[in-house]
Ligand binder design. Structure first.
Ligand code: NDP
Ligand code: 8X3
Length: 251
């Protein structure tokens, strides 16, 4: 029987590329996000790879929606092998004294609480079956703090801590837990961060070779395709031209 992966935030960027690499490797795939139309378009592309695809449209911030979607999976989709907690965002880039509390709530609710709600719904099945692999998408922003990154960095530091905690909790149950921490990847991330200002967003990636979503999807595939006794705990992946959250070598 083929394995099953669930990727949150598959309507764009890293999640979409990850769904594709799973499909290319014969993994049946549950794709989630809030944009139903994009999920359907992606479903068609993934099915071309001859795998089964289930779309689930929900907001990870809404505990009820998460429970509803993941607590009522069709029988032949229940046994999830890989959970990729990818859905997330940055909103705004400003000092704490100038920060927008709506932005803060969006980031905390999505990046921290959303990841927890999804994991709470999926992990008991893994524990029961004594197998599974959870991959959390952290960030370089979860390893250090950069100017005006305050709350986004805090949410990714939380992902870092939650990942370590999960690994301890899952240890007796034979479940692998990995964190992948990318540097700058050009996706819709900066457009979302700057509230739709795509000119400002594109400037983030000017003057150096940024990562692309497939670079991170390749890393995710690497970690899930190791032998059963090997777990990659943590992976920090940067563009060659990026040394830290805020130090870039730009042409
Ligand atoms: P994108 O904006 O391209 O993709 C984000 C995805 O998250 C979308 O599919 C979006 O789907 C989903 N999402 C956002 N909010 C919610 C929500 N409330 N409920 C459900 N799904 C949601 O960005 P990336 O691909 O770059 O980001 C993916 C992850 O990678 C994030 O966790 C981000 O923090 C992290 N990351 C990104 C880096 C980068 O430089 N790009 C670097 C380090 C980490 P929809 O809008 O349809 O709901
Ligand atoms: C996303 C990339 O540069 O904002 O996590 O930390 S960055």
């Amino acid at each position: 029987m083929s394995k099953i992966a669930l990727v949150t935030g598959a309507t764009s960027g890293i999640g979409e590329a990850t769904a594709m690499i799973f499909a290319e490797n014969g993994i049946d795939i549950i794709i989630t996000g809030r944009r139903a139309e994009r999920l359907n378009i992606l479903k068609n592309k993934l099915q071309d790879k001859n795998v089964r695809v289930l779309t689930l449209c929900f907001d990870v911030r809404d505990e009820g929606e998460v429970k509803d979607a993941l607590g009522n999976l069709p029988k032949d989709w229940e046994e999830i092998d890989y959970l990729v907690n990818n859905a997330g965002l940055a909103a705004g880039l400003s000092s704490v004294q100038d920060g927008d509390t709506d932005d803060w709530n969006r980031m905390i609710d999505t990046n921290v609480k959303g990841l927890l709600y999804v994991t709470r719904a999926v992990s008991p099945g893994m524990v029961e079956r004594k197998k599974g692999h959870i991959i959390n998408i952290g960030s370089i922003a979860g390893k250090e703090v950069y100017p005006n990154g305050n709350v986004y960095c805090a949410t990714k530091h939380a992902v870092d801590a939650i990942t370590k905690g999960m690994r301890i909790d899952m240890l007796p149950h034979n479940i692998k837990v990995t964190q992948i921490c990318p540097g700058a990847v050009e996706t819709e991330f900066s457009i979302v961060r700057f509230h739709g200002d795509d000119v400002r967003a594109s400037k983030v990636y000017e003057g150096f070779d940024n990562l692309v979503a497939k670079d991170i999807a390749d890393c995710i595939w690497f970690v899930v395709s190791r032998a059963s006794h090997v777990n990659i705990n943590d992976m920090v992946v940067m563009p060659t031209a990026q040394a830290s959250g805020s130090i870039f070598h730009k042409k």
